[in-house]
Design a protein around this ligand. Structure first.
Ligand code: I3P
Length: 109
C-alpha cells in the first residue's frame, strides 16, 4: 500500500515525549512493504534506491498498533501508531477511507 501521509512524532523510543522543535507535521510519500513503513520525501519509484534519510525515517510496524487518533481533534483523518519500541506517531491521511485502509493494513502486518 502507498500514498501520502503527513507525520507528527509524539513520542520517541521508550515512550519519551518528542521534544519541541521536532513535533511538527511533515508530509511524506508512504510505502508499506512487508513489515516496514517507508516514509519518503518524493514519490515512490520502484527502481530508485532509498536515501540515507529515507532509511532513517522508515518505521518498523511489526507488533505495532494503529488506531484512529480519537483524542486528537486538530486535524481530520489522523491515525495513531504505537510501535513495538514505544514510539508514537500521528499520521494524517488524505481521507477517512485512506485512514481506515492504513489502519487495517498496518494491523495486518
Ligand atoms: C510543534 C508544532 C506542531 C504542534 C506541536 C508543537 O512545534 O507546532 O504543529 O502540534 O504542539 O510543539 P515544533 O515544530 O517546534 O516541534 P499540533 O499541530 O498538534 O498543535 P504540541 O507540543 O502540543 O504537540
Amino acid at each position: 500500500k502507498h500514498g501520502v501521509l503527513t507525520r507528527k512524532s509524539h513520542a520517541d523510543m521508550d515512550g519519551k515525549r518528542t521534544p519541541r522543535g521536532r513535533r511538527g507535521w511533515k508530509k511524506f510519500y508512504a510505502v508499506l512493504k512487508g513489515t516496514i513503513l517507508y516514509l519518503q520525501k518524493d514519490e515512490y519509484k520502484p527502481d530508485k534506491d532509498l536515501s540515507e534519510v529515507d532509511l532513517k525515517n522508515a518505521v518498523r510496524v511489526h507488533h505495532a498498533l494503529a488506531t484512529r487518533a480519537s483524542d486528537y481533534s486538530k486535524r481530520p483523518n489522523v491515525l495513531k501508531l504505537k510501535t513495538s519500541d514505544w514510539r508514537v506517531f500521528l499520521f494524517q491521511a488524505s481521507s477517512e477511507e485512506e485512514m481506515m485502509s492504513w489502519i487495517l493494513r498496518i494491523n495486518l502486518v
